[in-house]
Design a protein around this ligand. Structure first.
Ligand code: PHE
Length: 458
């Protein structure tokens, strides 16, 4: 057994918050959130999303933080540390798989952002279809991005992840503000703002609700074992309730800002907001080309996207690396290079799935076409919903909420203090983790499976 002293810890509370927020803020906020909003009706989707974040995302985030700090080990062994020999440790195994496999295709998309930052600044016109189909571009860029990820994780918890998060997160916010100022001051930008802010509730359907919940788990990095791993490096006297709250606030603010970067500009140039995944890589570059000083704005935008992706990919790599360190006793050097290089190799089919290889581009499964999209469905959607469900059932019925409440109340005595009448925040959270979250997530999971089987429940 490794003693607690030997195990890495965050250097400061803000270091942890920034690293966890860095994980949460990623392509999910700036690439996925605006296009999902655009496809699902604009402002009404934003309202549903906010409700999901507050009612499902935050309680589950606290839950993972409690498991991680109480367990004090990697995503698998934290379950064993809490309940020896529990079958729920399989959840941790899913977490390792999930982070590793998502990293393999997340890095591909991140590689595109590196390429676009370069082509925007140098004013090289790029057709997305041509660019993404050319392995001579896509694979080296993917490799470069993975190399940055490996080097940071290789540096360790404090000297790698924490140090870079403290540097990259403020840079990201600054860049976001610059892009928004440009986007909002374009003539005609207000049509985009109205689209983004005036809800039309008739647009809310069961499908919209499901999408919002899926987006919540993806964006908050909940359901990946990530928060378990990061919380295992947190000191016992730290306030997990407020730290978790700040992570949620930062992630949500950046997602909302993502929309303010994209929609005003898209509307100002008369483009369509519902271009799907192509919104960022096709619609926006066309917008930047027409904008005064658009090459700089575009360059900053894609750089921002890369930074957001980097603080997320390091966290995905850290989850399996932490397991190899804790459980397998490998050195950080071997673990980070080994897992990182393997993720690169496993990611090559995804890199070839936008035209590089015919088979990987055209392969179909359950209504999705292309290897990357299939992985995103199986791992980035289905598996995380399953993990989120297992984590809440574990706390609700195996570990028992009272024990989790004790863990959360260390460093935050107010958690147990009565707020309204005799009811404390801990009471409310218990109801959520035991009943509301498993029920809602169970329904999403059934719906996803029915959807895959070709039957719509909602
Ligand atoms: N939350 C990240 C995003 O929004 C994705 C992610 C999930 C990153 C889990 C790390 C771990 O892009």
């Amino acid at each position: 057994m490794q003693s607690a002293e030997q195990r890495a810890q965050w250097g400061s509370r803000w270091g942890f918050i920034l690293a966890a927020a860095g994980s949460a803020v990623g392509l999910g906020n700036i690439w996925r959130f605006p296009y999902v909003t655009g496809e699902n009706g604009g402002a009404a989707f934003v309202v549903v999303y906010l409700a999901c974040v507050l009612l499902i995302g935050l309680p589950l985030l606290w839950n993972e933080l409690a498991i991680g700090r109480a367990g004090g080990r990697d995503a698998v062994n934290s379950f064993f540390a809490i309940r020896p020999r529990t079958r729920f440790a399989i959840t941790g195994v899913f977490c390792l798989l999930c982070c590793f496999l998502v990293l393999s295709y997340y890095g591909v998309i991140a590689g595109w952002t590196v390429g676009y930052a370069f082509t925007s600044i140098t004013r090289r016109h790029t057709e997305f279809a041509q660019f993404a189909a050319d392995p001579r571009w896509v694979i080296p860029l993917f490799g470069l991005f993975m190399l940055m990820t490996i080097l940071i994780v290789h540096g360790g918890v404090q000297k790698g992840i924490e140090r870079w998060s403290k540097l990259l997160m403020p840079a990201l916010l600054l860049m976001a503000v610059l892009v928004i100022l440009r986007s909002l001051t374009l003539p005609g930008a207000m049509a985009g703002v109205a689209y983004y802010l005036k809800p039309d509730f008739s647009k809310i359907t069961g499908g919209v609700l499901m999408t919002a919940l899926g987006q919540t788990l993806f964006s908050l990095s909940v359901g990946w074992g990530l928060m378990i791993t990061y919380a295992s490096y947190v000191k016992k006297d730290q306030n997990l309730i407020s730290s978790g709250f700040w992570v949620v606030v930062t992630d949500t603010v950046v997602a909302i800002l993502g929309g303010f970067m994209v929609f005003p500009a898209v509307f100002a140039f008369g483009m369509q907001p519902d271009a799907g995944t192509a919104l960022t890589f096709k619609t926006l570059p066309a917008v930047f080309e027409q904008m005064p000083a658009g090459n700089l704005v575009g360059g900053v935008f894609f750089l921002l996207l890369m930074v957001a992706a980097l603080t997320s990919s390091i966290s995905m790599l850290e989850v399996p690396v932490a397991w190899l360190l804790d459980d397998r006793r490998l050195s950080r050097h071997v673990a980070s290079w080994g897992v990182g290089l393997l993720a690169f190799v496993i990611g090559i089919p995804s890199a070839l799935s936008a035209g590089g290889s015919r088979w990987f581009t055209e392969v179909k499964l359950w209504g999705k076409t292309g290897f990357l999209d299939i992985m995103d469905l199986l791992v980035g959607t289905l598996l995380i919903v399953l993990i989120a469900l297992l984590c809440s059932v574990f706390t609700g019925y195996v570990w028992k909420p009272a024990n989790a409440v004790d863990e959360l109340a260390r460093g935050c005595p107010g958690f147990k203090k009565p707020l309204v009448g005799p009811i404390s925040l801990a009471h409310v959270w218990t109801v959520f983790v035991k009943y509301v979250c498993p029920l809602v997530i169970g329904v999403i999971l059934l719906n996803l499976i029915a959807d895959i089987a070709g039957k719509k429940l909602f």
